[in-house]
Design a protein around this ligand. Sequence first.
Ligand SMILES: *[C@@H]1O[C@H](CO)[C@@H](O)[C@H](O)[C@H]1NC(C)=O
Ligand SMILES: *[C@@H]1O[C@H](CO)[C@@H](O)[C@H](O)[C@H]1NC(C)=O
Ligand SMILES: *[C@@H]1O[C@H](CO)[C@@H](O)[C@H](O)[C@H]1NC(C)=O
Length: 257
Amino acid sequence: MFFTNALSLFLPISASLVTPITCLAIESISQRDNNPRSSQTQLASGSAIGYGKISNSLSWQASGPLYSGCNLSGVKISDCYQLTLSSVATQNLEDYGSSTPRQRTEFLTASAAAGTTHEYQWSYFLKSPVGTSTHFFHLMQLFSRDDGGPILTLDAINGVIAIKDNYRDCSKTGCPTIPLSTFTDKTTIHTVAVTYGASNGSFKYVITDSATSNVLLSYSASGNMGGNASIKFGTYRLAVSNMKSSVAAVGDFKVLA
Ligand SMILES: *[C@@H]1O[C@H](CO)[C@@H](O)[C@H](O)[C@H]1NC(C)=O
Ligand SMILES: *[C@@H]1O[C@H](CO)[C@@H](O)[C@H](O)[C@H]1NC(C)=O
Ligand SMILES: *[C@@H]1O[C@H](CO)[C@@H](O)[C@H](O)[C@H]1NC(C)=O
């Protein structure tokens, strides 16, 4: 079975399979911070939703400011993108005028059909303080166009980082929850192995601390994993009052299989 020895899936990586992110240079911004690596290029301004493609495997959509190049201290991501969402619930919206406005800056893998298997990895850094509420704030989604929504998500919600599974009983699958402070202000490495499919799908997600390699969170499940689907990661939330601004860095995306 696909998941009985899932850790071995993450071990042998042929370098030729790794797809590096290539940057889209649009506008260079001179840099006066203390990180000489990080010359920044603005990809999206935050005044309207923007879209772009990084490679055949990865695209982005951004209603908040998005930069190629990161200047946050402590971020260990080479090919780095910086994502900001305003604390103001009427700013950086993807849907101005909606009664349920959302702020969304997400990267997404190429849409893939039921029955296909994929393995992806990216690095992620979420700066504290993170404002959470009872409302959704997705850091990762398995998004199924066949189902018209997410199959499962990684959320910052109610003061914790949690897996939400919309198609299984979390009391049986053991959807994990970790404290926000375990996850924030450090570079985390996210590895997803997924087989999409309405009935025979499977999913394994492991988040490690890049500095220690310690596993911070893992989740495996099988059953409906969607179709015409993508893995999405970044910051996507309902815009509500009393939010905090959200600052994150994402990058070093790889297609492992
Ligand atoms: C750091 O990057 C952000 C974009 O995420 C930018 O708005 C800000 O001006 C940069 N800060 C410095 C000191 O360059
Ligand atoms: C799921 O797997 C079972 C057992 O291998 C097979 O009979 C069935 O056709 C599969 N369903 C789909 C939708 O692929
Ligand atoms: C996948 O979803 C996209 C976007 O909704 C749609 O345009 C496309 O037709 C879908 N493809 C399949 C094979 O269903």
